[in-house]
Design a binder for this molecule. Sequence first.
Ligand code: HEC
Length: 141
Amino acid sequence: MKRLLLLLLPIALFLVGYFANRHEASHEKTKTHQKPSQHTWHCAADDVRCFEKYVVHVIDEGSDIFHYPSGPMPPHTVSHTEAKKIAAFMATLQGFRPTHPEWVQEGRYLFYGNCTGCHGPNGKGQKGYFPDLTRHPLAGL
Ligand code: HEC
């Protein structure tokens, strides 16, 4: 009997360790996924691809770089596909030629329908509450 216990103990310890680890790993994953953008991206000034990726990231994950008293930008206000179209339109606000010019028109409508409520009718924001999306470069870049 004693022998059996001695044999089972390391197995039990291994299993406990294994599941604790797995739990932690999955917890980490959701944590990083939900983390709003808080760092700068270091995009080159003329890198439109990087600019568009940043915009999509902010829309998908939210943003908390300014620490406004009014709070961070909420994530997922539109779908990932819509976010890419909006990014194409926003690239034109910065004087870029978007990687997908065919998305600009739809992106413009999506921008007016989903973003101007906070960022203002021309995307220029409101000082201290909502950042100006037309300035070069954006704060997170
Ligand atoms: C509920 C209000 C709200 C809505 C709706 C909203 N935003 Fe924002 N947005 C904010 C706030 C607040 C910030 C600043 C958050 C921070 O980083 O501290 C922000 C930040 C940003 C930034 C980062 C700006 C920078 O200088 O780096 C981008 C890009 C952006 N928003 C794009 C959009 C787009 C595109 C949409 C529409 C899909 C949108 N936002 C909808 C409130 C909003």
